[in-house]
Design a protein. Sequence first.
Length: 322
Amino acid sequence: MSKHLGIVMDPIDKVKVSKDSSFAMLLAAQARGWTLWYMELKDLWLCDGEAYGAMRPLQVRDDPNSWFTLEPPRAAPLNTLSVILMRKDPPFDLEYIVATYLLEQAEFAGTLVVNKPQSLRDANEKLYTAWFPQCCAPTIVTRRAACLHEFLEDHEEIILKPLDGMGGKSIFRIANGDVNTSVIIETMTQQGQRFVMAQRFLPEIAHGDKRILLVDGEPIPYALARIPAKGESRGNLAAGGHGEGVALTERDRWICSQVGPVLREKGLLFVGLDVIGQFLTEINVTSPTCIRELDKLYGLDIGGQLMAVIEEKSTRTQTEVH
């Protein structure tokens, strides 16, 4: 039986077809004969406890000049869909959180939501690494300037980052003695009114910030090492880095073995781990990328692998509900 797959994402007319993982998922679902339905956050609403969407029938093509066709929207309960992919990019703000509550209502009614809405709320992409301290470099989360100054003094060079961003935005590298340290801390914490994360700087970033993809807790055997541009300490592709394919190391696989089973248990079916050198730095659960790059480098079909898992789990979910 053909499945109806909805996706909640940022505007599809703005995606880069050659790099967009949401687009790769849509191609894989369409290849299985599934019917696609497109939504943005503005298309969701709740009425008397039931979640609805203004869904637009969608067709996709792997063509950078003409990659989609949308039909007029049709209002319908979200639980008429077999599966919903929640692929809205951060910021992880109140609007995002409200959307997860709406999607959770559809989940209660029998629709499989990927990733699980409650777990999207629970697993902050920066903070959730704290559940796996054995995998991480020294890290602190605080509003207190004194704590950050002390952390910097202890480790001599640190990375300071917000807890709700993506793509390398507002990430600072600070060295002991930097004359701008105080103003950076004041700005990032909004004068002590906002939590931030600091991590010991890892010089291995020069060899890449590895993005490791996990499907239902199992790692893809290759990662994309995102190499910083000259003069940069951020490997993010959005910050000018470039990607190189690498096989997973024994340490990478050990990190995956620590994190993967917990992700599976929490219904986080598609996750991107960030690993620098020997250490886990982030657990990306909202809209992790790099499917298309790894597929091209290694002849993989990661989107198809994910759809196979989704098909099995959505069939089981609907059977349990009915």
